[in-house]
Design a binder for this molecule. Sequence first.
Ligand code: SF4
Length: 180
Amino acid sequence: MLITSSRSLPPCAMRPEVYQDEQLLCPPARHESSAEQWRDFQAKRDAAHRRCAGCEVLPECLYQAVVEVDVSGFVACTSERERQRMRRVLGIDGPLHDPTQDAPRSGGGPVDHDLVMATRRAHPDDTSRQLAERLGCSLSTVKRHLRRARETESPTPPSPVPPPTIAQVLDVFDDLEKTA
Ligand code: SF4
């Protein structure tokens, strides 16, 4: 296949290293960072934000990351935690498809379900990735336990609700940006 131009690629494809930075994949806690570390993180976040803000497919990318697929890291001007907040506001449980659902467990012994849930209660704003780091287990393990808890809490499946529209997602995103 001959690739003659990369002009149609989105910024995240043109500069993947910006988005794959460890600090954007797993944002530090403000209170655990020095002033310099925090400035460094914010500069990286702002650089990715600027690129996404100028991206032609931002609305579609945002909708997909909030509603359809559970992706990690900084995507479509949002962190994983911000997308969680947006889902809460939109009243959706989680993305329709979780690509880690069938991923094999990596390393370590079994993680106790109660421990995962206790850690979730103690750190309600943590992303799944941050919980995995606290527990020393994989992201897929944390997600599996959280899913199990949701299923146990809701033995009768809720009636299906229509997914939000792209306009609703963008409205919630605008509110997020105003409070950022
Ligand atoms: S909006 Fe989405 S597709 Fe565009 S640069 Fe950001 S992450 Fe990539």
